[in-house]
Design a protein around this ligand. Structure first.
Ligand code: ADP
Ligand code: MG
Length: 339
């Protein structure tokens, strides 16, 4: 008889999980910004150097952490956001898996400074490759700052696999834009190699879209609004004449979370039928709100996929809402009558 099965040590398990959660600097950006949103921050500043390869820092003015929590936060499956399985179907937060910080700390050098409201002192902590290097009290203002350096320092294959700074920074901006578009009421700033790339003041949905994509966007937007028992839909589609050859400005948000859905994308294209020049793609910014128990977000670690209870109804409602608005805004040509 030979018993050869062992439980892996935590730091090994964390490194394996990290492979799924952290693909590139942009994945770290997503996790840290979402944590800042979950912490109730009204201002979130992202500082990136060399597309995040040398530094990713997120500074927020959210609720901060106690010194014990600031260590707990790096344990696997450690979260303040859910306590039982049922909570998965009543989610109000971006996070719930409790594995992002454990994963990031397993494959990078992490410095955390955090202070709770009303506390005299905050805490300053350094973790490298899952090992606590130091923790001290520090005089800090309320909020949290995470600095991530030397990403993938202990996984050379991953580090070598990273693309050029231009490509990696594009991914960082994508993640930044997605969270910024999902939360127009939060002030977001992005600095890259010392230059300010975005400074998005607290605003409404339309203004946030315009601030992200430029002043010319304003005249292109057709508002969409629909409320049914199944879903409420809000947002904008781009007028058909502004549709572009390249895909890109196409965003679905479900309960304030950016998601990808080929099925719902099809519903939008279907609503535009007969209005688009061949080979062009309409832009859209569509915000769907559903009861938390009508969706399942726990499909994939990055949570960009969602399962809907009633996908077909959603398709029909979305398509009809867009068709209606396109018609109302007089952008539907006579083509509609020819069928
Ligand atoms: P999750 O977000 O799924 O809970 P994470 O590993 O991302 O898991 O974070 C673990 C915990 O650390 C969170 O549940 C939260 O309590 C705490 N935390 C992380 N980031 C922040 C932050 N910026 N401000 C306050 N608390 C935070
Ligand atoms: Mg998180």
């Amino acid at each position: 008889m030979s018993n050869i099965i062992r439980l892996l040590p935590d730091h090994v398990a964390n490194q394996i999980a990290a492979g799924e959660v952290v693909q590139r600097p942009a994945s770290v950006v997503k996790e840290l910004i979402e944590n800042a949103v979950d912490a109730g921050a009204t201002e979130i500043k992202l500082i990136v150097k060399e597309a995040g390869k040398t530094l990713i820092q997120v500074i927020d003015n959210g609720k901060g952490m106690s010194d014990i929590d600031s260590r707990m936060a790096f344990e696997r499956h450690a979260t303040s956001k859910i306590t039982m399985a049922e909570d998965l179907f009543a989610l109000r937060t971006k996070g719930f898996r409790g594995e992002a910080l454990a994963s990031i700390a397993a494959i990078a050098h992490v410095e955390l400074k955090t202070c709770e409201a009303g506390a005299d002192l905050g805490t300053h902590l350094i973790i490298e490759g899952s090992k606590l290097v130091s923790q001290e009290e520090a005089v800090l203002i309320k909020g949290t700052s995470f600095s991530i350096k030397n990403l993938f320092f202990n996984i050379p294959a991953r580090r070598n696999f990273l693309k050029s700074d231009t490509v990696e920074f594009r991914h960082v901006v994508d993640e930044f834009e997605r969270v910024a578009l999902a939360h127009p009421n939060v002030h977001f700033i992005l600095l890259h190699n010392g230059s300010e790339m975005f400074n998005l003041p607290e605003s409404n949905l339309r203004q946030r879209i315009v601030n992200v994509f430029g002043p010319k966007t304003n005249e292109k937007l057709v508002p969409i609004k629909e409320t049914t028992e199944i879903v409420s839909i809000e947002g904008f589609v781009g007028k058909p004449e502004f549709a572009k050859k390249s895909r890109g400005e196409q965003f679905f948000f479900v309960n304030d979370r950016f998601i990808k859905s080929a099925y719902l994308h099809h519903a939008v294209l279907n609503a535009f039928e007969g209005l688009l020049k061949e080979g062009t793609h309409p832009s859209y910014f569509l915000y769907l709100t559903l009861p938390a128990d009508a969706i399942d977000i726990n499909i994939h670690p990055t949570k960009t996929e969602v399962k809907f209870d009633d996908e077909q109804a959603l398709y029909a409602i979305l398509r009809a809402a867009i068709k209606h608005s396109l018609g109302q805004f007089n952008v539907a040509p006579v083509l509609d009558f020819q069928r």
